[in-house]
Design a protein around this ligand. Sequence first.
Ligand code: PLP
Ligand code: LYS
Length: 472
Amino acid sequence: MRAHPAGPRHADVVPPGNTAGPVPATTDDLDRLHPHVWPRNAARAADGSTGFAGVDVRDLAEEYGTPLFVLDEDDFRSRCADYAGAFGDPASVHYASKAFLCTEVARWVAEEGLSLDVCSGGELNVALRAEFPPERITLHGNNKSVPELTAAVEAGVGSVVLDSFHEIARLEHIARERGVRQDVMIRVTVGVEAHTHEFIATAHEDQKFGFSLTSGQAAEAVGRVLKAESLRLVGLHSHIGSQIFDDDGFELAAHRVIRLLAKMQEEHGAEALSTVSTVDLGGGLGIAYTAEDDPLPPAELAARLNEIVRKECENAGLAAPRIAVEPGRAIAGPGTVTVYEVGTIKDVALDGGLQRRYVSVDGGMSDNIRTSLYDAVYDCRLVSRRAEARAVLSRIVGKHCESGDVVVRDCWLPEDIAPGDLVAVAATGAYCYVMASNYNRLPKPAVVAVRDGQARLLLRRETEDDLLRLEV
Ligand SMILES: Cc1ncc(COP(=O)(O)O)c(C=O)c1O
Ligand SMILES: N[C@@H](CCCC[NH3+])C(=O)O
């Protein structure tokens, strides 16, 4: 181990409240790719450069350009397998495709035996292009259009998660016209305050999703669906939010959904509810964006949920339903990194003798809006060579005309970072590419999959011509 000190040039110049964690004690620490945060097949090579599934990051940058999303295929597939194993039946794990989707990834999900959640006609279209088995597709959304509902029914999707009274009537009409009995679930807003950013919590009462439990709307929705001859109620659904670390919220949600099921059985009779075989507890499992984050292992979560559902059902005298879950971030997030090239570097003197270093890269808020939107925290490392100098607290910023264009608010980088160096931001597989924009007319980056020493393009980089394609 190299014992070279990596502390800041002057510890007293570091601005307070930084989110980069403690000063790396050595240059080895500055180089370390924490295994919870970085893709399962990321590793430093002997010369200090970084390989992703055995492919040198410098070769990837040269061949595909930067910014570049690099997706470790085995990491993605192994997380599908982890969830499938934890919950017993792969089909009861629905990959939430909003986190990241392209045709090839939909094929991987199908091959791993999982189900797939889509929440728009566009996502459905990609799934069907990948020939994803329609009976394993679920359609979500609080405002699905008539064409979206129609496309789903005609494709033969496994279920539609109903989100409003308007939609019950709309879907009933569409299914009846086509002579189909469509399987549906009801999205119940269970009134749980998930401990996460307020913009990504979804089960408190005052928001747009689902039928609320306390107002009686959820019970009313069950009644209406049971009367709709072209709909068949197969499950109750709850999703409490995203990037959640403790299981209390899931437990409470499970408890409330089962109570509703029991109440509905009392009201409508066991026969009427005999088709309700699933309790879907949604997604939301947090991932490690930094070494301090401590996500719940899928097997632990599955065991806890099974136990609570079993106990609740026993108390209510119900047969235990199948538990379904919808992880998006937990499957797609950790296996992808974004590689950027450093362009410019600027040191700023702050009040009180403090200093901040701005490292500008060739992407920004157009390929990762999460930092500006949710104050997201990320780990960023120099990946094209070994760190040889002391650590300097740095801020990774993009190239957009916006001072809030921050990719990583605080991270430690070696003092000698220079234009042309490659840096990578970890855990960008979920909600980065899919939320990308063309702000300042920047083309969307390419997405490349790596596996067994080989790289394969999944989505090509947008071109200047692509950016002109909508001009009339
Ligand atoms: C209904 C539903 N299911 C699943 C997910 C996936 O969430 P996550 O990516 O946090 O697992 C979301 C997004 O929050 C969602 O709205
Ligand atoms: N897009 C959000 C989460 C919302 C998930 C979809 N309901 C994120 O990046 O964290």
